[in-house]
Design a protein around this ligand. Structure first.
Ligand code: MRU
Length: 365
Protein backbone atom coordinates (compact mmCIF):
# COMPACT_ATOMS: atom_id res chain seq x y z
CA UNK A 1 0.00 0.00 0.00
CA UNK A 2 1.22 3.51 -0.85
CA UNK A 3 1.25 6.34 1.68
CA UNK A 4 0.85 10.01 0.73
CA UNK A 5 1.80 13.07 2.80
CA UNK A 6 -1.21 15.03 1.60
CA UNK A 7 -4.34 14.64 -0.49
CA UNK A 8 -3.26 14.74 -4.14
CA UNK A 9 -6.37 16.75 -5.14
CA UNK A 10 -7.34 20.33 -4.29
CA UNK A 11 -11.11 19.95 -4.65
CA UNK A 12 -11.85 17.54 -1.77
CA UNK A 13 -15.57 17.07 -1.19
CA UNK A 14 -14.99 17.65 2.54
CA UNK A 15 -14.62 21.35 1.72
CA UNK A 16 -11.46 21.51 3.84
CA UNK A 17 -7.75 20.97 3.22
CA UNK A 18 -8.04 17.56 4.86
CA UNK A 19 -10.60 14.82 4.50
CA UNK A 20 -11.40 11.50 6.20
CA UNK A 21 -11.88 9.88 2.81
CA UNK A 22 -11.92 10.85 -0.88
CA UNK A 23 -12.29 9.05 -4.23
CA UNK A 24 -9.80 9.78 -7.01
CA UNK A 25 -11.03 11.62 -10.11
CA UNK A 26 -10.40 8.43 -12.13
CA UNK A 27 -12.58 6.39 -9.71
CA UNK A 28 -9.79 3.84 -9.31
CA UNK A 29 -8.43 4.64 -5.82
CA UNK A 30 -9.55 5.81 -2.42
CA UNK A 31 -7.51 8.02 -0.09
CA UNK A 32 -8.10 7.54 3.62
CA UNK A 33 -6.60 9.78 6.27
CA UNK A 34 -4.77 7.48 8.73
CA UNK A 35 -6.60 8.68 11.85
CA UNK A 36 -4.66 6.38 14.17
CA UNK A 37 -1.55 8.45 13.45
CA UNK A 38 -3.10 11.82 14.33
CA UNK A 39 -2.10 14.26 15.63
CA UNK A 40 1.61 13.44 15.34
CA UNK A 41 1.51 12.20 11.76
CA UNK A 42 -0.78 13.32 8.93
CA UNK A 43 -0.72 10.88 6.02
CA UNK A 44 -3.13 9.17 3.64
CA UNK A 45 -3.42 5.47 2.76
CA UNK A 46 -4.01 4.89 -0.95
CA UNK A 47 -6.42 1.96 -1.34
CA UNK A 48 -7.11 0.06 -4.54
CA UNK A 49 -9.64 -2.62 -3.52
CA UNK A 50 -12.89 -2.91 -1.60
CA UNK A 51 -11.22 -5.37 0.78
CA UNK A 52 -8.58 -2.76 1.65
CA UNK A 53 -11.38 -0.29 2.39
CA UNK A 54 -13.15 -2.87 4.59
CA UNK A 55 -9.86 -3.49 6.45
CA UNK A 56 -9.39 0.26 6.91
CA UNK A 57 -12.87 0.54 8.44
CA UNK A 58 -12.40 -2.48 10.72
CA UNK A 59 -8.96 -1.35 11.87
CA UNK A 60 -10.09 2.25 12.51
CA UNK A 61 -7.95 3.98 9.87
CA UNK A 62 -11.25 5.73 9.19
CA UNK A 63 -13.95 5.91 11.87
CA UNK A 64 -17.10 7.83 12.71
CA UNK A 65 -20.49 6.68 11.46
CA UNK A 66 -20.99 8.91 8.37
CA UNK A 67 -17.32 8.62 7.34
CA UNK A 68 -17.40 4.83 7.34
CA UNK A 69 -20.63 4.88 5.32
CA UNK A 70 -19.01 7.12 2.69
CA UNK A 71 -15.86 4.98 2.72
CA UNK A 72 -17.95 1.86 2.10
CA UNK A 73 -19.71 3.55 -0.82
CA UNK A 74 -16.31 4.35 -2.32
CA UNK A 75 -15.25 0.74 -1.62
CA UNK A 76 -18.16 -0.42 -3.77
CA UNK A 77 -16.85 1.77 -6.62
CA UNK A 78 -13.48 0.01 -6.35
CA UNK A 79 -15.25 -3.37 -6.42
CA UNK A 80 -17.01 -2.37 -9.66
CA UNK A 81 -13.73 -1.09 -11.06
CA UNK A 82 -12.06 -4.43 -10.40
CA UNK A 83 -14.96 -6.56 -11.68
CA UNK A 84 -14.92 -8.16 -15.12
CA UNK A 85 -17.31 -6.92 -17.81
CA UNK A 86 -19.63 -9.89 -17.48
CA UNK A 87 -22.94 -9.02 -15.72
CA UNK A 88 -22.98 -12.08 -13.46
CA UNK A 89 -19.39 -11.56 -12.37
CA UNK A 90 -20.10 -7.86 -11.71
CA UNK A 91 -23.08 -8.70 -9.49
CA UNK A 92 -21.20 -11.46 -7.65
CA UNK A 93 -18.11 -9.41 -6.93
CA UNK A 94 -20.02 -6.31 -5.82
CA UNK A 95 -22.13 -8.53 -3.51
CA UNK A 96 -18.95 -10.06 -2.04
CA UNK A 97 -17.53 -6.57 -1.49
CA UNK A 98 -20.78 -5.43 0.14
CA UNK A 99 -20.69 -8.38 2.55
CA UNK A 100 -17.08 -7.65 3.54
CA UNK A 101 -17.78 -3.94 4.02
CA UNK A 102 -20.91 -4.44 6.14
CA UNK A 103 -19.10 -7.01 8.32
CA UNK A 104 -16.34 -4.50 9.12
CA UNK A 105 -18.21 -2.75 11.96
CA UNK A 106 -21.72 -3.52 13.26
CA UNK A 107 -23.03 -0.52 15.23
CA UNK A 108 -23.01 2.44 12.83
CA UNK A 109 -26.06 1.97 10.62
CA UNK A 110 -24.69 4.47 8.08
CA UNK A 111 -22.42 1.67 6.85
CA UNK A 112 -25.22 -0.76 5.92
CA UNK A 113 -27.35 2.16 4.71
CA UNK A 114 -24.71 3.31 2.21
CA UNK A 115 -23.89 -0.23 1.06
CA UNK A 116 -27.59 -1.00 0.50
CA UNK A 117 -27.95 2.10 -1.67
CA UNK A 118 -24.89 1.11 -3.70
CA UNK A 119 -26.04 -2.51 -4.08
CA UNK A 120 -29.47 -1.43 -5.31
CA UNK A 121 -27.73 0.75 -7.90
CA UNK A 122 -25.49 -2.19 -8.91
CA UNK A 123 -28.60 -4.24 -9.69
CA UNK A 124 -30.20 -1.51 -11.75
CA UNK A 125 -27.10 -0.88 -13.91
CA UNK A 126 -25.73 -4.43 -14.19
CA UNK A 127 -26.44 -4.63 -17.93
CA UNK A 128 -24.50 -1.46 -18.80
CA UNK A 129 -20.94 -1.56 -20.20
CA UNK A 130 -18.30 -1.85 -17.43
CA UNK A 131 -16.90 1.73 -17.62
CA UNK A 132 -20.39 3.20 -17.47
CA UNK A 133 -21.21 1.08 -14.40
CA UNK A 134 -18.18 2.47 -12.57
CA UNK A 135 -19.12 6.02 -13.60
CA UNK A 136 -22.69 5.61 -12.32
CA UNK A 137 -21.60 4.10 -9.00
CA UNK A 138 -18.98 6.79 -8.49
CA UNK A 139 -21.67 9.41 -9.13
CA UNK A 140 -23.87 7.92 -6.42
CA UNK A 141 -21.01 7.54 -3.93
CA UNK A 142 -19.97 11.18 -4.43
CA UNK A 143 -23.59 12.23 -3.97
CA UNK A 144 -23.70 10.36 -0.63
CA UNK A 145 -20.53 12.23 0.36
CA UNK A 146 -21.79 15.68 -0.78
CA UNK A 147 -25.17 15.21 0.86
CA UNK A 148 -23.52 14.26 4.14
CA UNK A 149 -21.54 17.50 4.17
CA UNK A 150 -24.71 19.48 3.35
CA UNK A 151 -26.60 17.62 6.11
CA UNK A 152 -23.86 18.46 8.62
CA UNK A 153 -23.98 22.14 7.71
CA UNK A 154 -27.76 22.22 7.97
CA UNK A 155 -28.01 20.38 11.31
CA UNK A 156 -25.16 22.58 12.52
CA UNK A 157 -27.19 25.74 11.84
CA UNK A 158 -30.27 24.19 13.48
CA UNK A 159 -28.30 23.14 16.56
CA UNK A 160 -26.41 26.43 16.82
CA UNK A 161 -29.67 28.22 17.61
CA UNK A 162 -29.68 26.37 20.95
CA UNK A 163 -26.13 27.45 21.81
CA UNK A 164 -25.95 30.61 23.92
CA UNK A 165 -23.20 33.16 23.35
CA UNK A 166 -20.24 32.34 25.60
CA UNK A 167 -21.27 28.68 26.04
CA UNK A 168 -18.91 25.99 27.29
CA UNK A 169 -19.81 22.81 25.39
CA UNK A 170 -18.85 19.31 26.48
CA UNK A 171 -18.45 16.70 23.75
CA UNK A 172 -17.46 13.04 23.82
CA UNK A 173 -15.47 11.10 21.20
CA UNK A 174 -15.04 12.80 17.82
CA UNK A 175 -18.12 13.76 15.84
CA UNK A 176 -16.35 16.24 13.64
CA UNK A 177 -15.08 16.64 10.08
CA UNK A 178 -12.92 13.56 10.65
CA UNK A 179 -15.98 11.43 11.44
CA UNK A 180 -18.13 12.63 8.53
CA UNK A 181 -17.89 13.69 4.89
CA UNK A 182 -16.72 17.05 6.28
CA UNK A 183 -17.74 19.78 8.79
CA UNK A 184 -19.04 17.35 11.42
CA UNK A 185 -22.25 16.67 13.31
CA UNK A 186 -21.67 17.64 16.97
CA UNK A 187 -18.65 19.73 15.97
CA UNK A 188 -20.76 21.07 13.08
CA UNK A 189 -23.01 22.61 15.75
CA UNK A 190 -19.92 24.14 17.39
CA UNK A 191 -18.63 25.45 14.03
CA UNK A 192 -22.02 26.87 13.06
CA UNK A 193 -22.34 28.65 16.44
CA UNK A 194 -18.89 30.14 15.93
CA UNK A 195 -19.76 31.12 12.34
CA UNK A 196 -22.91 32.83 13.66
CA UNK A 197 -20.65 35.07 15.74
CA UNK A 198 -21.07 33.33 19.11
CA UNK A 199 -18.15 32.80 21.44
CA UNK A 200 -17.86 29.10 22.21
CA UNK A 201 -15.40 26.97 24.12
CA UNK A 202 -15.24 23.17 23.97
CA UNK A 203 -14.36 20.70 26.69
CA UNK A 204 -13.35 17.48 24.93
CA UNK A 205 -13.58 14.20 26.82
CA UNK A 206 -10.38 12.28 26.18
CA UNK A 207 -12.49 9.19 25.24
CA UNK A 208 -10.68 6.08 26.43
CA UNK A 209 -9.46 3.78 25.03
CA UNK A 210 -9.04 5.08 21.46
CA UNK A 211 -8.58 8.69 22.57
CA UNK A 212 -10.73 10.19 19.82
CA UNK A 213 -11.27 13.26 22.02
CA UNK A 214 -7.70 14.17 22.88
CA UNK A 215 -6.28 13.17 19.49
CA UNK A 216 -8.98 13.99 16.94
CA UNK A 217 -11.48 16.47 18.40
CA UNK A 218 -8.65 18.57 19.83
CA UNK A 219 -6.74 18.36 16.51
CA UNK A 220 -9.53 19.56 14.29
CA UNK A 221 -10.91 22.26 16.61
CA UNK A 222 -7.46 23.65 17.35
CA UNK A 223 -6.71 23.68 13.62
CA UNK A 224 -9.94 25.61 13.10
CA UNK A 225 -9.08 28.19 15.75
CA UNK A 226 -11.85 27.07 18.13
CA UNK A 227 -10.90 27.08 21.80
CA UNK A 228 -10.70 23.52 23.11
CA UNK A 229 -9.55 22.04 26.40
CA UNK A 230 -9.16 18.30 26.96
CA UNK A 231 -10.30 16.52 30.12
CA UNK A 232 -9.95 12.87 31.10
CA UNK A 233 -13.30 11.06 31.00
CA UNK A 234 -13.39 10.80 34.79
CA UNK A 235 -13.17 14.59 35.21
CA UNK A 236 -16.52 15.36 33.57
CA UNK A 237 -18.54 14.84 36.77
CA UNK A 238 -16.51 17.39 38.68
CA UNK A 239 -16.72 19.88 35.79
CA UNK A 240 -20.54 19.61 35.90
CA UNK A 241 -20.54 19.94 39.67
CA UNK A 242 -18.48 23.11 39.48
CA UNK A 243 -20.87 24.62 36.94
CA UNK A 244 -18.25 24.66 34.19
CA UNK A 245 -20.46 23.09 31.48
CA UNK A 246 -23.46 24.78 29.82
CA UNK A 247 -24.54 22.02 27.45
CA UNK A 248 -23.49 18.73 25.89
CA UNK A 249 -23.53 17.87 22.19
CA UNK A 250 -22.48 14.48 20.81
CA UNK A 251 -22.90 12.50 17.60
CA UNK A 252 -24.41 9.05 17.14
CA UNK A 253 -23.82 5.74 15.39
CA UNK A 254 -27.42 4.60 15.38
CA UNK A 255 -30.67 6.13 16.61
CA UNK A 256 -33.57 3.73 17.15
CA UNK A 257 -37.20 4.47 16.32
CA UNK A 258 -37.79 5.11 20.04
CA UNK A 259 -35.17 7.89 19.96
CA UNK A 260 -32.64 5.86 21.99
CA UNK A 261 -29.14 6.85 20.88
CA UNK A 262 -26.07 4.61 20.47
CA UNK A 263 -22.78 6.47 20.62
CA UNK A 264 -19.21 5.97 21.82
CA UNK A 265 -18.89 4.14 25.14
CA UNK A 266 -19.10 6.70 27.92
CA UNK A 267 -21.81 8.81 26.30
CA UNK A 268 -24.54 7.38 28.56
CA UNK A 269 -22.59 8.41 31.64
CA UNK A 270 -22.29 11.95 30.28
CA UNK A 271 -26.05 12.04 29.63
CA UNK A 272 -26.74 10.93 33.23
CA UNK A 273 -24.46 13.69 34.51
CA UNK A 274 -26.16 16.29 32.31
CA UNK A 275 -29.57 15.28 33.70
CA UNK A 276 -28.26 15.26 37.29
CA UNK A 277 -26.90 18.79 36.82
CA UNK A 278 -29.84 20.10 34.81
CA UNK A 279 -27.92 20.78 31.60
CA UNK A 280 -29.23 20.06 28.08
CA UNK A 281 -27.91 16.94 26.35
CA UNK A 282 -28.09 17.27 22.55
CA UNK A 283 -27.39 14.75 19.79
CA UNK A 284 -26.54 15.83 16.22
CA UNK A 285 -26.82 13.24 13.44
CA UNK A 286 -27.87 12.94 9.80
CA UNK A 287 -31.07 11.02 9.08
CA UNK A 288 -28.88 8.23 7.64
CA UNK A 289 -27.98 7.46 11.29
CA UNK A 290 -31.64 6.84 12.13
CA UNK A 291 -32.73 3.21 11.91
CA UNK A 292 -36.52 3.22 11.92
CA UNK A 293 -36.51 -0.59 11.60
CA UNK A 294 -34.79 -0.82 15.00
CA UNK A 295 -37.50 -0.47 17.65
CA UNK A 296 -35.37 0.56 20.62
CA UNK A 297 -31.84 0.82 21.98
CA UNK A 298 -31.96 -2.78 23.19
CA UNK A 299 -32.00 -3.96 19.57
CA UNK A 300 -28.92 -1.96 18.54
CA UNK A 301 -25.92 -4.27 17.99
CA UNK A 302 -23.03 -3.13 20.18
CA UNK A 303 -19.57 -3.78 18.80
CA UNK A 304 -17.24 -5.64 21.17
CA UNK A 305 -13.64 -4.91 20.27
CA UNK A 306 -10.57 -6.84 21.35
CA UNK A 307 -9.65 -6.40 25.00
CA UNK A 308 -6.02 -5.69 24.13
CA UNK A 309 -7.17 -2.40 22.58
CA UNK A 310 -8.07 -1.45 26.16
CA UNK A 311 -5.16 -2.88 28.12
CA UNK A 312 -2.24 -2.26 25.77
CA UNK A 313 -1.00 1.33 25.89
CA UNK A 314 1.98 2.40 23.77
CA UNK A 315 2.90 -1.25 23.21
CA UNK A 316 2.78 -2.29 26.88
CA UNK A 317 0.03 -4.53 28.32
CA UNK A 318 -0.93 -3.06 31.69
CA UNK A 319 -3.27 -5.90 32.74
CA UNK A 320 -1.74 -8.68 34.84
CA UNK A 321 -1.33 -11.84 32.79
CA UNK A 322 -4.49 -13.96 32.85
CA UNK A 323 -6.81 -11.08 33.75
CA UNK A 324 -9.63 -10.51 31.29
CA UNK A 325 -10.81 -7.10 30.08
CA UNK A 326 -13.97 -5.99 28.26
CA UNK A 327 -14.33 -3.40 25.54
CA UNK A 328 -17.88 -2.66 24.38
CA UNK A 329 -17.23 0.19 21.94
CA UNK A 330 -20.64 1.89 22.24
CA UNK A 331 -23.42 2.42 24.76
CA UNK A 332 -27.04 3.45 24.49
CA UNK A 333 -28.50 6.64 25.96
CA UNK A 334 -32.25 6.34 26.49
CA UNK A 335 -34.41 8.89 24.65
CA UNK A 336 -35.65 10.24 27.98
CA UNK A 337 -32.19 11.70 28.68
CA UNK A 338 -31.89 13.42 25.28
CA UNK A 339 -33.08 17.04 25.17
CA UNK A 340 -33.17 17.22 21.36
CA UNK A 341 -31.81 15.52 18.26
CA UNK A 342 -30.57 17.91 15.54
CA UNK A 343 -30.86 16.50 12.01
CA UNK A 344 -30.80 18.04 8.53
CA UNK A 345 -34.59 17.65 8.53
CA UNK A 346 -35.04 19.69 11.68
CA UNK A 347 -34.99 19.25 15.42
CA UNK A 348 -36.66 16.29 17.15
CA UNK A 349 -37.75 17.52 20.58
CA UNK A 350 -39.04 16.16 22.84
CA UNK A 351 -37.45 12.89 21.77
CA UNK A 352 -40.28 10.37 21.53
CA UNK A 353 -41.17 7.58 19.14
CA UNK A 354 -44.07 9.70 17.86
CA UNK A 355 -41.76 12.60 17.06
CA UNK A 356 -39.29 10.26 15.31
CA UNK A 357 -42.08 8.75 13.20
CA UNK A 358 -43.39 12.23 12.27
CA UNK A 359 -39.91 13.42 11.23
CA UNK A 360 -39.38 10.24 9.20
CA UNK A 361 -42.68 10.75 7.39
CA UNK A 362 -41.90 14.45 6.75
CA UNK A 363 -38.63 13.49 5.08
CA UNK A 364 -40.07 10.86 2.79
CA UNK A 365 -43.10 12.92 1.65
O1 MRU B 1 -15.41 4.05 17.22
P1 MRU B 1 -15.61 5.33 16.46
O2 MRU B 1 -14.49 6.30 16.58
O3 MRU B 1 -16.01 5.05 15.04
O4 MRU B 1 -16.87 6.00 17.17
C1 MRU B 1 -17.35 7.20 16.64
C2 MRU B 1 -18.43 7.80 17.46
O5 MRU B 1 -18.87 7.24 18.43
C3 MRU B 1 -19.00 9.08 16.97
O6 MRU B 1 -19.47 9.85 18.03
C4 MRU B 1 -20.17 8.77 16.02
O7 MRU B 1 -19.79 7.90 15.02
C5 MRU B 1 -20.75 9.98 15.44
S1 MRU B 1 -19.73 10.59 14.15
C6 MRU B 1 -20.39 11.97 13.45
Amino acid sequence: MRWLDALPIDDALSGADYSAVELSHDNDRVWMLEQRGLPSEERYAELLTAQQVADGIRDMVVRGAPAIGISAAYGMVLAAHGAAGDTREFLDSTQRAADALVRARPTAVNLAWAVDLMLARCRSIAELPAPERVERLAGLARRIHREDVEACRRMGRIGAERVPDGAVILTHCNAGALATGGYGTALGVVRAARDAGKRVRVLADETRPYLQGVRLTAWELHRDGIEVEVIADNMAAQCFQRGMIDLVVVGSDRIARSGDVANKIGTYGVACLARMHDRPFYVAAPWSTVDMACPSGQAIPIEERQSKELTVIAGQDFAPQGVKARYPAFDVTPASLVTAIFTERGEVSPVTEGAMVAMDAAGSS
